[in-house]
Write a protein that binds this ligand. Structure first.
Ligand SMILES: Nc1ncnc2c1ncn2[C@@H]1O[C@H](COP(=O)(O)OP(=O)(O)OP(=O)(O)O)[C@@H](O)[C@H]1O
Ligand SMILES: [Mg+2]
Length: 494
């Protein structure tokens, strides 16, 4: 038991190849054994039937020869019977006995048992009753199996005696043994071929799996995503290698993005920090004495600190969104409430900049806030503060990238497919087509020179897209340089 356990756990369950091998071997051996057994049984039955027919014909012929002598019951008749029995027995190599109608032995081709009553032997007994009968049994004297056919000799409707022809089955059994050996040889050879084929197959399957596991191990130890698996096959294993490589590629890309993010974030943090350093230096160098300069420098210190705070808040938000933690407080958020609150938040900066903020209805006509926004029943399931953040980011951009005297219009309406759209259009600077696909990327800022004045970091839209995606929605942008841009948020209505 212990040994079996060890074999199973150390050798079999640790190796796919061995499991494959054992399965094939078992299936093939069992199948071949079953077929062989069936064949041997069929051959034996066929041979016995053949032999039985031969013995029967012989008995009938002998019966025709001796039926008169059986009735006569004289010494001379008995002699004739004996010589006929011996002649036929030696010619065919069989054993023949003849009994009279009472079952007493009349003649025997081998050592005489004269006078012995054989009527209690089954086949003779049955033949005495008038039917041809046969039986197979082991003879204790020679320890071999014998086949007997007993034939009743009849005269005028009466059984006058029985002829029993018997033959040892040694020949048939020897033949069956030879067949069995041939079958076993075939099974052994097939097993051997199976072992070879499945070893070959197993190594073919095993090699890439081993390579894959080695590479995975190497990656997990070194964190180095530079190596790929060779893909030389088109089967499932090849597909697995391909997916594995895709996974490595993705991990590599993520690692690149992570490093880029850290580099960008450090750079963005460094700029205001260094500026703060210079301002403080200037104040120390004497600017603090001049009330006008001091006021200016303190103001810029305040601006720089604000910028740092908002940047750090953005970084915290991004990392929170990245960590995948679901926003804990999910509620049915009213779209009207959401848009109205967002607009209120940015109204101050719009006024300050001289950008007009208006509402429009679904048809695009100017409307009052209550006319433009959908009813309170239009709600989306989600986190109010996150969604507010997403919308204000877009509104802030619209105001930031629109010169004074421009206009920002807000629309919110449902569509037939149970979606709600929030559209924010501006008459601002617009976005170059080359920048459009990138503006949702982290730290991406179009037209560096101009956007520097607005002081952003390029995280706003990345945060927006992340939040909207978490709410199973999408953000899209349309823009014409010099004319303006339209951002459209689409969310499923709950
Ligand atoms: N309404 C708009 N009109 C023109 N350009 C825009 C508009 N919205 C975004 N952009 C461009 O897309 C870039 C990315 O916007 P995003 O909001 O992500 O960053 P940001 O505004 O530069 O900085 P912040 O992280 O402070 O929001 C901006 O730098 C700007 O070039
Ligand atoms: Mg922005």
């Amino acid at each position: 038991m212990n040994l079996l356990d060890r074999i199973l756990h150390k050798w079999l369950f640790r190796s796919l190849a061995n499991q494959l091998l054992i399965t094939y071997l078992l299936v093939i051996t069992i199948a071949l054994l079953a077929v062989s057994l069936w064949a041997l049984v069929a051959i034996r039955k066929e041979s016995l039937t053949d032999l039985q027919n031969t013995l029967e014909v012989e008995a009938v012929n002998l019966g025709l020869e001796i039926d008169n002598d059986l009735v006569l019951d004289s010494a001379q008749a008995r002699k004739r019977i004996q010589s006929a029995v011996e002649r036929r027995a030696s010619k065919l190599g069989v054993a023949i006995v003849v009994v009279d109608k009472d079952g007493r032995l009349l003649s025997d081709s081998s050592p005489p048992l004269a006078g012995k009553n054989l009527s209690n032997e089954q086949e003779i007994n049955e033949a005495l009753a008038g039917v041809i009968s046969n039986s197979t049994r082991s003879e204790p004297v020679s320890n071999t199996n014998w086949l007997y056919v007993a034939y009743p000799v009849r005269s005028m409707g009466e059984t006058t005696g029985v002829i029993r022809v018997g033959v040892a089955l040694t020949e048939i059994e020897r033949r069956l043994q030879r067949d069995l050996i041939v079958f076993l040889e075939i099974i052994f050879a097939t097993g051997l071929v199976t072992v070879l084929i499945s070893l070959w197959l197993a190594t073919r399957v095993n090699r890439p799996v081993k390579e894959m596991s080695a590479l995975a191990k190497q990656i997990s130890i070194s964190g180095d995503f530079s190596a790929f698996l060779p893909v030389s096959r088109k089967d499932e294993i090849g597909e697995l290698c391909l997916s594995f490589n895709q996974m490595i590629g993705r991990l590599r890309e993520q690692e690149r993005m992570r490093q880029e993010f850290i580099a960008n974030a450090s750079h963005e943090l460094k700029t205001p920090t260094m500026a703060i350093g210079s301002v403080v230096e200037a104040l120390q160098a004497g600017a603090a004495e001049d009330p006008k300069l001091r006021g200016q420098f303190l103001q810029s210190l305040e601006r720089l600190a604000d910028r740092l705070t908002s940047l750090i808040q953005d970084l915290l938000d991004i990392s929170k969104l990245d960590s995948g933690a679901e926003a804990s407080d999910q509620e049915a958020v009213s779209i009207a409430q959401l848009v109205s609150d967002a607009v209120e938040q940015v109204r101050g900066s719009a006024d300050k900049k001289g950008v007009r903020l208006v509402f429009r209805n679904a048809e695009g006509q100017d409307a009052s806030e209550t006319e433009a926004l959908p009813g309170a029943e239009v709600r989306v399931l989600g986190n109010f503060l996150q969604l507010l953040r997403a919308v204000t980011n877009i509104l802030t951009n619209a105001i930031n990238y629109t010169p004074a005297g421009g206009l920002v219009a807000v629309q919110a309406f449902t569509t037939t497919e149970a979606k709600v759209l929030v559209k924010i259009s501006d008459t601002g600077v617009g976005i170059e087509p080359a920048d459009l696909p990138h503006i949702f990327e982290r730290f991406y800022r179009a037209d560096k020179a101009r956007t520097r004045e607005t002081g952003g970091t390029g995280l706003g839209l990345a945060i927006t897209r992340e939040i909207i995606a978490r709410h199973h929605g999408t953000v899209a942008v349309d823009s014409i340089v010099g004319k303006g841009s339209t951002f459209t948020i689409q969310l499923p209505v709950s």
